[in-house]
Design a binder for this molecule. Structure first.
Ligand code: SF4
Length: 120
């Protein structure tokens, strides 16, 4: 199976052509550097995403706290992650970068606050 994708690793935006057998990459062409090859293989074999979203709060100055995962997580875990986040509520003041949930979903990444929030 052949597919094309645009490399997003730098502003050049090379068009990558990937030949794959299911999720196993056979060859990559169109890249102008090794980052493009790595990006194509990662996106085909095990795509990852940094999840950015918001968590409900109680007793804090805003009703929602923007959060993100400390590192990218497998793309196929995003829906499970959103379900888990819906069940979270932050009730204590936080600083930007504070860990809201450790080892989120057992993936070895933390969920961290993107901004500070004070009490009401
Ligand atoms: S392949 Fe290399 S040069 Fe091309 S967009 Fe990706 S990072 Fe940039």
């Amino acid at each position: 199976m052949k597919r094309t994708m645009t490399c997003i690793e730098c502003p050049k935006g090379c068009t990558l052509e990937i030949e794959a057998d299911g999720a196993r990459v056979i060859s990559v062409s169109g890249h102008q550097c090794r980052r493009g090859d790595k990006y194509a293989r990662q996106e085909t074999e095990a795509p990852m995403r940094t999840l950015t979203t918001s968590v409900l709060t109680r007793g804090l100055e805003l009703k929602m706290l923007p959060v993100r995962t400390s590192r990218p997580i497998p793309k196929d875990k995003l829906f499970e992650a959103m379900d888990a986040i819906k069940r979270l509520t932050v009730t204590s003041p936080v600083k930007a970068g504070a860990v809201v949930a450790t080892d989120f979903l057992g993936l070895g990444v933390d969920l961290v606050a993107c901004r500070p929030l004070e009490k009401l």
